[in-house]
Design a protein around this ligand. Structure first.
Ligand SMILES: [Zn+2]
Length: 91
């Protein structure tokens, strides 16, 4: 096995482990493992992008709140469909 092959193999394994770890942290372990295994670096990017869709920021206290939550767990104000994403107002 040549050195460059070994380099790319270890690079791929590193991406795979990192994607699985991100998936584990975001309660998407199976998706993380599959994305990392099938798509490699692309799967990692997809997983990082998909995080934003699951959680948003509370418009009152900026806490991280799940999009399906009706009340903010921190300030206990009604925040359903008012969550802000990183890019602006979440519809
Ligand atoms: Zn709040």
């Amino acid at each position: 096995m040549s050195d460059s092959m070994l380099f790319w193999l270890s690079f791929y394994v590193l991406i795979f482990v990192f994607t699985a770890y991100i998936g584990y942290r975001t309660n998407n372990f199976v998706a993380g493992v599959l994305l990392g295994y099938v798509l490699g670096p692309i799967g990692l990017v997809l997983l990082l992008l998909s995080q934003d869709r699951k959680y948003g920021r509370c418009p009152y206290c900026s806490a991280k709140v799940h999009h399906q939550a009706y009340f903010c767990h921190q300030c206990e104000k009604k925040c359903y469909k008012k969550l802000r994403s990183r890019g602006g107002v979440y519809e």
